[in-house]
Ligand binder design. Structure first.
Ligand code: HEM
Length: 520
């Protein structure tokens, strides 16, 4: 979620295999030395285990496997169980994938596990030395930034104030889908359009300015370039190699400069609009920026600098865009693969709202829609890893030492697919939450069963807003259109691919048919 590049660990994307495979062979000797030196000197207090214990994989092996990182981790999990260690160059990664262990760490010992590990130099450029909610270490800066974001933007009362923004974005979204379908024989791209709709909502909330499509596209382009620049590189794991990456560092600084040059004028525009009320017709009543201009950060005399404002706005935009759009893509894929679920959802919408457009207030009267969204987030958590955690002091978990310098990675999918907890976990079955009586508490307070938003002190603060967006978008999409596979009859391929989030490997194209006036 997670890094303004919010999803630090999740962005260990398959793309880095290419770089790794080339470089790793040359560097294998070096890695071997580093790995062995570190594992001997760390003196982990661990129970006896198979050969190679406690470190079950390293950078070289990950690269050599040629597999996406999450697939590699999943194989190790099946072999070594719910807690194991990878030595990724100079970094120690402890991977957790068991609900009880995660509850113990993130909820019961929440404060101990509430910090973040040091960032690499590229990330530091974009996070202004960790001046964001997601990257800041557990302490006064994190508390001030998070409190501000939650209380002033994401609380349920604040969220209601942006209902108009969401309704506008939904109308644009439906019209874009209609126009694309008209131009392409009824065929539309799902992720791209969903992404655009969420991005428009977040932009309006963030800057308090109505933007034309060109500005939105430009901003989107910049955000994507930033995310690509933040993709992990081999020198993140072996800093000794950083002199070989000076070109990439220079490029990162250029991208940062462009980002600042594009966003600062928008910040200035918002400032002028607040200082001279009524002077700017594109200005709306309230925005995230307004809360940041006067932000008091514990332990600091002055408010955020321009560069820090750019970083905080980017965090707000990135945190909720790809994550939400990814959920929509998987959701529509499941509705296509399960037409009876789509029918049942459409029936509920028609019964509850009749001829009018679904509004977010209607969602509470729609138990089946709620069940579909829960099942979607259980079966397809948009990120397969939570953000990387670290401990504020050395501790132990299940008898393992957890040292302060370790990256604690939470691998999410096995939790929501545990057959001890879920009946028939493979099946996409919203009814499990209705007649099946299963429970989907996503906060993990009383026990972890599924955790698409993380749990504990660093749980995603956007949980409430994201679920409003997913409910509303899915409901509007199903109310307006019937969704079918493209080409017609094609079986949906549910293989995932790790990018910033875990998207569908075969980007979803769907055939849509307007439902006609009687359906609205
Ligand atoms: C379906 C949509 C979303 C998903 C699946 C999601 C998922 C996550 C996850 C897994 C984390 C990491 C939690 C941890 O560190 O243990 C996270 C953190 C975070 N998310 Fe989200 N997120 C979503 C939407 C949003 C939205 C809409 C926003 C705000 C605009 C947002 C802002 C953040 C922030 C700021 C953090 C860092 C929290 C901290 O470190 O204290 N997310 N999210």
């Amino acid at each position: 979620m997670a890094s303004l590049s919010i999803l630090t660990s999740a962005s260990l994307s398959s793309s880095y295999h290419l770089i790794f495979t080339l470089l790793a062979f040359l560097l294998s000797g070096l890695i071997f030395l580093l790995t062995h030196h570190k594992s001997k000197s760390r003196k982990l207090n661990l129970p006896p285990g198979p050969p190679g214990w406690p470190i079950v994989g390293n950078l070289f092996q990950v690269a050599r496997s040629g597999k996406p990182f999450f697939e590699y981790v999943n194989e190790l999990r099946l072999k070594y169980g719910p807690i194991f260690t990878l030595k990724m160059g100079t970094r120690t990664m402890i991977i957790l994938s068991d609900a009880k262990l995660i509850h113990e760490a993130l909820v019961e010992k929440g404060q101990v596990y509430a910090t973040r590990p040091p960032e690499n130099p590229t990330r530091n450029i974009f996070s202004c030395n960790k001046f964001t909610v997601n990257a800041s270490v557990y302490g006064p800066v994190w508390r001030s930034l998070r409190r501000n974001m939650v209380q002033n933007m994401l609380s349920s009362s604040r969220l209601k104030e942006f209902r108009g923004v969401r309704n506008n974005a939904m109308e644009k979204f439906i019209n874009r889908l209609k126009a694309e379908a008209e131009a392409n024989n009824g065929v539309v791209w799902v992720l791209k359009n969903a992404r655009f709709a969420v991005f428009c909502i977040l932009l309006a909330m963030c800057f308090g300015l109505e933007m034309d499509e060109e500005t939105v596209e430009k901003m989107d382009q910049i955000m994507k370039t930033v995310l690509i620049t933040l993709d992990p590189r081999i020198d993140d794991y072996l800093p000794i190699l950083s002199p070989f990456f000076s070109k990439q560092r220079k490029k990162a600084l250029e991208v940062r400069k462009k980002q600042i040059e594009f966003i600062v004028p928008l910040i200035e525009q918002r400032k002028r609009a607040i200082e001279n009320p009524g002077s700017d017709h594109s200005a709306t009543s309230f925005s995230y920026l307004d809360t940041l201009f006067d932000l008091k950060v514990e332990g600091r005399k002055s408010g955020p600098t321009s560069a820090e404002l750019v970083t905080l706005c980017s965090e707000f935009l990135n945190g909720g865009t790809d994550t939400t759009a990814t959920a929509i893509e998987w959701g529509i894929a499941q509705l296509i693969a399960n037409p009876q679920i789509q029918h049942q959802l459409f029936d509920e919408i028609t019964q509850r709202v009749g001829n009018k457009r679904v509004d977010e207030k209607d969602v509470e009267k729609m138990p089946y829609l709620q069940a579909v969204v829960k099942e979607l987030l259980r079966k397809h958590p948009p990120t397969h890893f939570s953000l990387t955690h670290a401990v504020i002091e050395p501790t132990t978990l299940a008898g393992y030492d957890i040292p302060m310098e370790a990256n604690v990675e939470i691998y999410l999918p096995p939790i929501a697919e545990d057959p001890k907890v879920w009946s028939n976990p493979e099946k996409f079955d919203p009814d499990r939450f209705i007649s099946g009586g299963e429970d989907a508490d996503m906060t993990g307070v009383s026990g972890v069963r599924m955790m698409p938003f993380g749990v504990g002190r660093r749980i995603c603060p956007g949980l409430g807003m994201a679920t409003v967006h997913v409910h509303l978008m899915l409901a509007r999409m199903v109310q307006e259109f019937e969704w079918e596979a493209y080409p017609l009859g094609k079986k949906v391929d549910f293989t995932g691919k790790m990018e910033f989030t875990v998207v569908m490997k075969e980007t979803l194209r769907a055939k849509i048919k307007a439902r006609g006036e009687e359906g609205k």
